[in-house]
Design a protein around this ligand. Structure first.
Ligand code: 2AM
Length: 183
């Protein structure tokens, strides 16, 4: 019997209070932009695409190992920007500063290179995607939120026919050493 591969990614979820603030600000976006649903706001650490269901244990073990190497760390949101660039904006995101995110992302990418998206890691939290080409998101948004990251999730994304549905398969608590102050 063959089963459908799993579309998986690792991500740090944004706390509920932060999601609520971001969603409020996104209410003012032009309708050419489709805001991310608040309950799906996250920072992707590694996107794995299609993983055979019988290899899930390998992915879970990699998550566990990465979580054991990094302790809880502070994270701060910054300015908004666009992918691929301001001239042809397709994705509106908020920049994120936190070096331990890079460590988590590179550990996960290295351990799961068979599936992991090999693009260089750009820490960000996607706020909205463009529905129709051309129009910039207009008003500047700046967020000054900070929180302590204590865990990350392995999430299954089901595309279905409409919007992707996200299901948390496992939460990994960060149990490693506290990052150095410079981090
Ligand atoms: P994002 O982090 O920029 O929002 C699930 O699809 C999540 O994985 C999305 O949040 C998405 O982008 C992220 N992701 C990263 N690389 C991806 C890729 N190649 N295809 C689809 N999603 C990807």
């Amino acid at each position: 019997m063959t089963t459908e591969p799993l579309r998986l990614f690792f991500a740090v979820p944004a706390p509920a209070a932060v999601r609520a603030d971001l969603a409020r600000a996104l209410g003012r976006l032009h309708r050419d932009w489709r805001p991310v649903q608040p309950h799906q706001m996250h920072l992707t650490l590694a996107f794995l695409g299609a993983v055979p269901a019988d290899r899930l244990a390998v992915v879970l073990a990699a998550g566990q190992q990465a979580a054991a190497r990094v302790g809880p760390f502070p994270l701060r949101l910054g300015d908004t920007d666009c992918f691929p660039n301001q001239q042809q904006p397709r994705v509106l995101y908020v920049q994120v500063a936190a070096p331990p995110l890079l460590r988590l992302a590179s550990d996960l990418q290295a351990a799961l290179a068979e599936w992991a998206d090999a693009k260089p890691f750009r820490p960000h939290l996607t706020l909205a995607r463009q529905r129709a080409a051309g129009r910039p998101p207009h008003h500047a948004m700046r967020f000054d939120h900070a929180w302590t990251v204590e865990s990350f999730d392995l999430i299954r994304s089901d595309l279905g026919h409409g919007r992707a549905e996200h299901t948390v398969l496992q939460t990994f608590r960060l149990t490693g050493p506290a990052p150095a102050p410079a981090d």
